[in-house]
Design a protein around this ligand. Structure first.
Ligand code: SF4
Length: 410
């Protein structure tokens, strides 16, 4: 039973929890405001994304308070493979998380799990890094004290449903984001080529590089990116996640942008809310949500292993570039004064005449054409600058923290 269902006695059909990445405190607020039921994040140590803006103690406290005040859950990743000297630093951090009442920690190492059990009563989720791909493994993790497994990215939705049923344990499964060519991250290419340990937070994405091999012909040359995977996109498989009662659908991407966190959270939460109300998902609506997902920067999409085993057509055989139809974030609304103006923190410059879109927390996108921009003392400006505040005419329904976006080359 997921958090939302624990907190209400009124009947709602089984609906998975939407779990979004929070690479920073700002992104946590964005993901939750745009509809995520839970977020996962890391402190300054012990996670697998050392390049993300991981949370300080103060940020963790603020993030947990923000989430809990909105009845949302926070899971903290402790899923690096820790050596003995790393382990010494873990107990005080676990004590701190216990006092904060985080909803769970995500672990991949059984030694880390032992320390969490000794020093806290926090729920334990087993990370996808542990490659749990069968129900015997899930049963064992449950006996050790885990309350949930994040299944390996190699299993299908149907297999995940069976693991849940046989092991009687909550199951979490990726629905969207970057994939890894190795078995759920157990890879050391980055260690050998860059001196960065992928299993202790340092992955340099070596699988995305272009490798030079002595190809015999043009056809073979097309395989130069043979280790780079397309991105996972499970929106059209959502009915299967519901049918197999997957407890939590997880979005990858703690290092991705605010626009990514907001857009993906909004699309999947809209789809889940629609299902809660109507107890079905129509293919036309799934198609519309799929179009919206095309607007964030991504490699080509594929369902990867969700239905059938991934094969050669899952390889992203090209250099990463932005594509027609993708958007960039140009700013965030920091103040909205009804019927008067909004104040926007500019992230990427925009000009008079530009066509922008405001992404409300719920409902349709608001289209605006910039015909008036002012600085804070009321002087008209033609072109904004990043990291400045500007005033723009009020648009109906715009709220604080809404994201403004602009089509690339639009
Ligand atoms: S280099 Fe690629 S395959 Fe290896 S861990 Fe990093 S993302 Fe995964």
């Amino acid at each position: 039973m997921n958090l939302m269902q624990k907190q209400t006695s009124e009947y709602i059909p089984f609906t998975p929890e939407l779990l979004a990445p929070a690479g920073s405190l700002d992104k946590l607020k964005v993901a939750i405001s745009y509809g995520a039921d839970a977020v996962y994040l890391a402190g300054l140590k012990f996670g697998l994304r050392s390049a993300a803006d991981n949370f300080t103690y103060e940020e963790l406290k603020e993030g947990v308070e923000f989430a809990h005040s909105r009845k949302k859950a926070v899971y903290v990743v402790l899923n690096g493979f820790l050596h003995d000297k790393d382990l010494e630093l873990l107990p005080p951090f676990v004590d701190f998380l216990d006092r904060l009442k985080v909803n769970a920690v995500i672990v991949s190492d059984i030694g880390v799990m032992e320390i969490v059990k000794k020093h806290s009563s926090i729920d334990i989720h087993v990370s996808t890094q542990a490659s749990c791909v069968n129900d015997e493994s899930a049963k064992l993790w449950k006996r050790y004290g885990a309350t949930r497994v994040v299944v390996g990215r190699e299993v299908s939705v149907a297999e995940a449903g069976k693991i849940k049923k046989e092991a009687q344990i909550e199951v979490e499964m990726f629905v969207h984001g970057s994939m890894c060519m190795a078995y759920s991250g157990n890879c050391t290419i980055s260690n050998f080529t860059q001196g960065r340990d992928s299993n202790r937070g340092g992955c340099a994405h070596s699988c995305r590089f272009e490798y030079s091999i002595d190809f015999k012909n043009d056809e073979e040359k097309k395989r130069a990116f043979f280790m780079s995977s397309k991105d996972l996109n499970g929106i059209k498989v959502l009915p299967d996640y519901i049918k197999h009662e997957i407890d939590s659908i997880k979005v990858e991407g703690r290092m991705k942008s605010h626009l990514y966190a907001g857009t993906i959270s909004k699309v999947y939460s809209q789809a889940l809310d629609y299902y809660k109300k109507n107890q079905s998902l129509l293919s036309d609506d799934l198609e519309d949500w799929a179009k919206e997902l095309q607007k964030v920067t991504h490699r080509s999409y594929a369902p990867v292993n969700l239905v059938d085993k991934a094969g050669r057509d899952t390889i992203f055989n090209e250099r990463e570039t932005t594509k027609e139809g993708e958007y960039i974030m140009v700013g965030t609304v920091v103040e909205s004064v009804k019927d008067s103006h909004i104040v926007v923190q500019v992230r990427n410059a925009f000009n008079i005449g530009d066509k922008l879109e405001i992404l409300p927390f719920e409902g349709d996108v608001i289209n605006i054409t910039m015909d008036k921009i002012e600085n804070l003392v009321g002087e008209s400006i033609e072109r904004t600058k990043p990291s400045t505040l500007v005033k723009m005419p009020y648009s109906n329904g715009v709220e604080e923290n809404n994201i403004l976006r602009k089509k690339i080359n639009g």
